[in-house]
Design a protein. Sequence first.
Length: 290
Amino acid sequence: MPSSNVTMEPDFYRMAPREVSVHSARVMLTEFTQEALMKTLDDAQREAGLLASANVDVIVYGCSTCALLGGVDWEQVLVDQLKFNSGVRVVTVNQAMIEAIRALGGKRVGIVTPYTQTLNRLKKRYMEAHGLTVPHIKGLGLSDAFKIGEVKEEAIMPLVEQVAAPIVAAIECTQCANCCRNLDVYLTPADADRLAAGLTLPLEEVMARYVDREAAAAEDEWGRLKTHPCPFLAGKLCSLYPHRPEACRMYPVFTPDFRWTLEDILGGAGLCPIIYHVLDALGPVIEAYE
């Protein structure tokens, strides 16, 4: 990863499963210009060899802009060289991004970056070479790595909220209920108490009938409804609506954790019309800021 990067390691640590350890190496890079990026390539070969000595299972080439310079074919040559020299499987963050988009069935992608127009043109070219359509791309015009690292997640929250508010108000969830039929519902102790009150059943009986603690623990959650469709769904309506779990009351949630919940948000676009229309509407809003 770039020597000046202060965000990638925390991201990896936060997302990695418990049994996965993350080890990093750095190449000198403090400015995101084409000349500076090209100088990192020799360093990358050396650092990949050092990581291989730690017996890692995979090496992630973590400079997305570096891999954009030569295009798709050049990137694959870079990957092959790193793999040959290290003896370890190698993937770039760009390749992982493309795989993730394809896994979600994505074809049209709106992009927001901290970068300059020059790098954004390379980004757009890269995405289109993989068969994706990029109708909108917005950059903050930054080339200084430290300033890029200082860009806060909160900067995009007003954009998301501005787009989401009228869509949430306009769509009536009781005409859909896709979330109730398809999604896992995670519970808190307060949710269980509320369900027991709504069902007029002892808490112990509600836990035995409806709550899976073991499956929830595997996801670092307290509890989860055992089945979906939701056992309390009647047609398209919730039979326990005043007593429904907090997760149901909040869904779909876009802010304040848009970045960290983006994977779930994208996964829900095929189920929830609110999510679909919010994501679709974000493109023109990004374009308006260009």
